[in-house]
Design a protein. Structure first.
Length: 311
């Protein structure tokens, strides 16, 4: 179930503010809130972004607070707000840990979000990585791979089948209907996140798309496509990558190392190289010292880079 238009290279973004890991948070985000988040999402909508993405952590343990911070907005509440202030951009969970919840709750939440957004949801899922979070929620951390596989299969069936009969090790759905039904048919796409060999296999076996944890490699894409053909034949899949940090134009200040910068056509030429790997969606992120500068960068990308991505 491919949702990226055939032959196109599209772009999306993980939104700032809603996730404030010290690995990637900018100083200005710490004092920002809903107003800034709305303005940035609307800028993405105006500038042709294929998706805006929101993360998923329920709580952060003390031992990881310095590295991850403790600010992680709720995925469904945040995407629900963004559904009401945007019109075209798709709404992606990047990535949701479905086995933290009963699969009926997951299916209900994303089906409702799909209805409220008029069919713009992408369900991005991942295994999770914080042991204390699993423990607090009563979920077996060491079984997270198997639990994710079970959750994907259950949510798939619940979104596509009326009165679906599904069961797991501690739950069962019998003779229950879930409504509203999603707008997208047969269901919203499911993109699988992660770059480990197990995650790549999972994306090949169960995903409609792949969200690598960093930059995709030729070896990962080749392995994914080979396994995909073996288990699902010619069923297409949307493949993604995370790009280097970007700054469109000439900065008036020093940029951190490894920032891809310059005029739009030059940046686009570099980003087009990902197509040679088989990638069709890019997750971009920008160097910015304020929300206003980020909005300017989104405008510059839409105006100066995006028109050249599919040359």
């Amino acid at each position: 179930m491919r949702v990226v238009p055939e032959g196109r290279l599209v772009y999306g973004i993980q939104l700032p503010i809603q996730a404030q890991s010290t690995v990637f948070v900018a100083d200005w985000e710490r004092a920002a809130g809903a107003d800034e988040l709305v303005r940035i999402a609307r800028k993405c909508d105006e500038n042709g972004f294929f998706y805006v993405a929101v993360c998923d952590h329920v709580a952060i343990p003390r031992r990881m607070a310095d590295a991850m911070s403790t600010v992680w907005f709720d995925t469904i509440a945040t995407l629900g707000m963004l559904a009401g202030v945007t019109r075209q951009v798709r709404l992606l969970s990047h990535v949701y840990v479905p086995h933290y919840r009963h699969p009926l709750q997951v299916a209900k939440a994303f089906a409702t979000l799909d209805v409220l957004s008029k069919g713009r949801v992408i369900l991005g899922v991942g295994a999770g990585h914080v042991p204390e979070e699993f423990e607090a929620l009563g979920v077996d951390f060491h079984a997270r791979g198997r639990l994710l596989d079970e959750a994907i299969d259950a949510v798939d069936r619940l979104l596509t089948t009326s009165f679906a009969e599904v069961a797991g090790p501690t739950w069962k759905v019998h003779d229950l209907e879930m409504a509203p039904r999603p707008v997208q048919q047969p269901r919203p796409p499911i993109w699988v996140g992660g770059s480990s060999p197990a995650a790549v296999r999972r994306a090949a076996e169960r995903g409609d798309g792949w969200l690598p944890q960093g930059m995709a490699t030729a070896e990962q894409v080749a392995a994914l496509l080979e396994h995909r053909r073996a288990v699902r034949g010619d069923d297409p899949i949307d493949l993604g990558t995370i790009t280097p940090w970007l700054y469109v134009g000439q900065a008036s200040h020093d940029l951190p190392p490894h920032t891809l910068t310059g005029e739009g056509a030059g940046i686009a030429e570099t980003l087009r190289r990902y197509r040679d790997l088989g990638v069709n969606h890019l997750q971009v992120h920008f160097r910015a010292r304020s929300g206003e500068e980020l909005e300017d960068q989104l405008d510059a990308f839409g105006r100066d880079v995006a028109p050249h991505l599919n040359d």
